[in-house]
Design a protein around this ligand. Sequence first.
Ligand code: PLP
Length: 419
Amino acid sequence: MHEQTLAIHAGYEKDSMGTMAVPIYMTTAYEFRDTEHAANLFALKELGNIYTRLMNPTTDVFEKRFAALEGGVAAVGTASGMAATFYAIANVAEAGDNIIVAKQVYGGTTTLTGHTIKRFGIETRYFDVRNPSEIEALVDEKTKIILFESITNPSIDVADFDAIVAIANKHNILTCVDNTVGTPILCKPFEHGIDLSVHSASKYTTGQGLAIGGVIVERHDLVEKIKGNARYAHFNEPDESYHGLVYSDVPLPLFTLRVRLALLRDLGAAPSPFNSWLYIQGLETLPLRMKQHSSSALAIAEFLEAHPKVNKVNYPGLKTDANYALGQKYFKGGHSGLLSFEVSDKETAQKIADSTDIFSLVVNIGDSKSIITHPASTTHQQLSEKELEEAGVPGGLVRLSVGLEDTQDLIDDLVKALG
Ligand code: PLP
């Protein structure tokens, strides 16, 4: 089936009422037929609903549809994008382990990896996404995952999947891409050998800035990389917290299964069924919206590039952009709605961000409504000068999330704000 058809139908089989729209199953728990049925569900001898912290029929449609769109085998929804990233890490790493993360990532991912998980005894080693060969020297036997963004926020670099996967596979390490900006429509990481993706569903998935959520997607046949792999002993040994279950022996996608059975069970950042329903509405139009976000963003990037007050524009769809070749290789049908540009200094950037009418001053991306952000004073405020420089966030950087308004109206708004 083609993508637009999957976006509308994947994962949903109509119930006995013939309900056209996916129902919102707003329930905490589910009745068992009898104690044997209950025992079978807990023992995974039969698959079915137990409790909404672990699974929910509305969330199930969202997960299946998202996985189908990205070309993964399974997905698990979470209460936020940050919860998805944290669970992807926590599913493999424990105290004494290390993970390798790109320097150019969303500010929350930088604080999660650089500060919060450090307190859990997990070390983060950083590499420059513009120079993936740096990864090799960071790897040791305790390295559990390599994490990076497909299009980085807000430096707008494109990760070289092939280069990262080559090093990761040489050492049998899992790779995980945050494909929030790329979206499952424009960028298909599993076609390039990436093992896992995480997304903030709060962005393009709802598409209208409606709800906070996240999702982890697993590629087909991931078990082949994990089974017998000493790095992932806990997937290959009995899990005492789940009556001796060996994840690599279960005929189900093992990574997302463990997120569900262990992390959602014990840490509990599950999505609300209502939010999952919102994500389903968003997915129906995602392919159409991403075309429009991308074409408007390209037109705006071209306008900015020609503007005398703009020193540099970061958008991989521009032929002059350093990431153009990677953008052509790993993206199909556009390069999303996120771009950034540099002006002379912090004050000028702040003045522009304060002067737009249609672009709202907001710390979000992926909304139908256009957004302007000054990262150095907001999303990246907690980063030190050095971290800001490494994340590619100078004071004069302005980020735009190009929405779905008329493109010319957006350009006129920027003409006025730039003065
Ligand atoms: N990843 C990226 C690339 C983001 O831009 C964000 C939020 O801005 C997140 C993850 C975190 O997602 P959430 O806000 O849904 O927790």
